[in-house]
Design a protein around this ligand. Structure first.
Ligand code: ZN
Length: 290
């Protein structure tokens, strides 16, 4: 385990940069059982299956469980620490929405983030992640949540309303315009109603294309396994998005029943999970043996 709670299991084999596979172990409040955990279990199972099949990798293989992918402290702490996008400065300044400092939460968990966290990305050949599919993603979306009124009482007019706004789009230009338009709309509404307004931008994660060659290879591999495939844009952020800025990265979605995720009843039909896990195992084996 590293200083921010990422867990690595390394299969020492061959030489050169390692193939990494995994996902995150945290989920949102009121989340479900599969979110990132399915991807961690599938990566572990991929290594087991390779060992059982007597496959001898030409390079190391690592199972990665990242910490705080859901951004309790903003961004994606685990994968961003691995990739060197956040370090001591971020850790010293970050706090969750209750004001709890990240440094305190780490200390309470017995973690010491004072050592080096960033990994030499030259030691990573590729990152593969299996994840449950998360909802429709073909259009721009704004989600308003976490509304807190103060005072929050039936007979009182609230004096203050705090809420979050999350914007998603696959296009950086659209996302940037959306940010400006949202801010302008809030300012107009505040002015029209004579309200004070304070806006704090918690994070901006740019849309990130995955590695085209790797994505093509995953499609071909899926078809060779007799699986139907569909190229999808992810509206939600994932660890693969962080890794993709630093190494070839691929993301495999398995279908969520009813398109539901981040909810207690999120589920993936087990035959679908099995297909995804099989494809992940074949992809890890392919990348690790060449
Ligand atoms: Zn997730």
């Amino acid at each position: 385990m590293d200083g921010v709670g990422n867990v690595f299991g390394r299969w020492e084999a061959g030489e050169g940069p390692a193939v990494l596979a995994g996902s995150h172990l945290d989920t949102v409040p009121e989340g479900g059982p599969l979110d990132g955990t399915l991807g961690v279990c599938a990566a572990l199972e991929a290594v087991r299956a390779m060992k059982e099949a007597g496959i001898r990798p030409a390079r190391p293989v690592e199972v990665v469980c990242t910490a705080d992918e859901e951004g309790r402290f903003g961004g994606m702490l685990g994968s961003q620490a691995i990739c060197g996008e956040v370090g001591a400065d971020f850790i010293a300044a970050a706090a969750d929405e209750t004001g709890r400092p990240l440094s305190e939460a780490l200390a309470e968990a017995g973690l010491d983030a004072s050592g080096p966290l960033a990994r030499d990305m030259g030691s990573v050949a590729a990152f593969l992640e299996l994840h449950v599919e998360q909802g429709p993603v073909d259009e721009t979306r704004l989600t308003v949540g976490k509304v807190a009124l103060s005072p929050n009482f039936s007979h009182s007019v609230a004096g203050e309303a705090a809420f979050s706004v999350v914007g998603r789009d696959a296009d950086d230009g659209v996302l940037t315009s959306l940010r400006a338009a949202t801010r302008a709309a809030l300012e107009r509404a505040a002015e029209a109603h004579g309200l004070d307004l304070a806006v704090r931008e918690a994070s901006f994660l740019p849309p990130t294309p995955l590695d085209g060659a790797l994505v093509g290879e995953l499609h071909a591999l899926a078809r060779s396994c007799g699986l139907s495939t569909r190229l999808m844009t992810s509206g939600a952020g994932h660890d693969a998005q962080t890794f993709a800025r630093h190494c070839p990265a691929g993301l495999l979605f398995v279908p969520s029943v009813g398109g539901v995720s981040h909810a207690p009843h999120e589920w993936t039909a087990w035959p679908d999970a099995l297909k995804g896990a099989t494809l992940l195992a074949r992809a890890v084996a392919r990348l690790a043996t060449r």
